[in-house]
Structure formats: structure tokens, C-alpha cells
Write a protein that binds this ligand. Structure first.
Ligand code: SF4
Length: 194
């Protein structure tokens, strides 16, 4: 990671703010991250560049990444710097947007996702929100824009009593692997088939 949170501007949505009003995101090309993984094999199929975004309002009991919850922690990265690391690895199958809560920073993540798909890389995204919640009422235009460049959305909060080690790409059985293009196209939730 690089950058200095104290000197670089980056605003993200505060926990508890209604998602539909989550437009107070930072500059388009900058995001706040908790960390990255250059060659993850646990955040979707193949080898993936994973971005753990900083800031999460869900506070799921048993969360394995509590350090990602504070919206003013982590470090600042530019989309361009992250993209350089993506293109530097020819073995990647895709990128994964994880957290924290990626839906708090949809604008820079949409830019990254768009570049990835244009390069033939798949885009997976984890969110503590249910897919239906993201689309309810007057959905955030920025979130919709991001979803437009996501292939698979792993949705819903982590629920400790539903935790299962037999699950491949999620932590609890309430979470779904959603085929986003098919779901947006049909207006019904379509699960992803490997
Ligand atoms: S959504 Fe993920 S990062 Fe946020 S509290 Fe729940 S498990 Fe932790």
C-alpha cells in the first residue's frame, strides 16, 4: 500500500448512512484501502488481485476483518497505482473487491472494474448488503454503475451461526454468489454457476 491518509483527500460514506444517499464519495480516482493481495486464490476462481476496501458499517459478529471497519483508517491508493499492479501480473484471472464494504466507495471501484473487464478479467465483489437492498427504492446511481461492471456479487452479512468451512467462496450459508449480469437483465436473482 502507499499514500498518506492525512495528506490525501478521500471521503467515504459514514456507517449508518442510508445507502441510497451514499454519494459523499471521494475523488473519482482515489480510494481508501485496508490492504491488497496480489495473487489470491481464495476470493474467487483462479488467481486474483484482491482489494480490501477500508470502512464497513455492518459490524457482523465474528467478523474476521475488524480492522477494516473504521472509515478513517487504512491508507489511500489511486486507481492508477492499483491498476499498474493488476497489469503487471499476466497470471491473473480477475480482480476481487472485498472489504470492508466496497459499496461505500463505488466510483473509484467502478473505474477499476471497468478497466479489468475491458482487459478480459472477471470482477468479483463482496458486500454486506443484500443484492435486493442495493436495488431497492431509489438505488444509488454510483452503486448501480459499479454493479454494471461486476460479474459475481457475493452478498449479505457474515452470520456466525451459519458459518461453514465447507463453503468455497463465502463464510456463511446465507451469502449468495450472484450472477450480476443475468440478475440485472432478468430482474430476478440468478445464482452464479461455476
Ligand atoms: S460485511 Fe464483512 S467486513 Fe463488514 S463486518 Fe461483515 S464480515 Fe466484517
Amino acid at each position: 500500500m502507499s499514500g498518506n491518509p492525512s495528506t490525501m483527500p478521500c471521503r467515504i460514506t459514514r456507517p449508518g448512512v442510508a445507502l441510497a444517499s451514499s454519494r459523499a464519495v471521494g475523488p473519482d480516482g482515489v480510494l481508501r484501502v485496508a490492504g491488497t493481495a496480489n495473487d489470491s486464490i481464495t476470493d474467487g476462481p483462479g488467481i486474483r488481485f484482491t482489494i480490501f476496501t477500508q470502512g464497513c458499517p455492518h459490524d457482523c459478529p465474528g467478523c474476521h476483518n475488524p480492522q477494516t471497519h473504521a472509515v478513517d483508517a487504512g491508507t489511500i491508493e489511486t486507481v492508477d497505482a492499483l491498476w499498474e499492479r493488476v497489469v503487471a501480473n499476466p497470471l491473473l484471472s480477475g480482480i476481487t473487491l472485498s472489504g470492508g464494504e466496497p459499496m461505500l466507495q463505488p466510483i473509484p471501484l467502478a473505474r477499476l472494474a471497468r478497466r479489468a473487464r475491458a482487459r478480459g478479467l472477471s470482477v468479483w465483489c463482496y458486500t454486506g448488503y443484500r443484492f435486493e437492498r442495493l436495488l431497492a427504492g431509489e438505488p444509488s446511481a454510483e452503486v448501480l454503475d459499479l454493479l454494471g461492471d461486476v460479474d459475481v456479487l457475493v452478498d449479505g452479512p457474515f452470520v456466525q451461526r451459519l458459518k461453514s468451512l465447507s463453503l468455497t467462496w463465502c463464510g456463511s450459508s446465507n451469502q449468495r454468489l450472484i450472477d450480476v449480469p443475468a440478475s440485472l437483465g432478468s430482474s430476478t436473482v440468478t445464482l452464479w454457476n461455476a
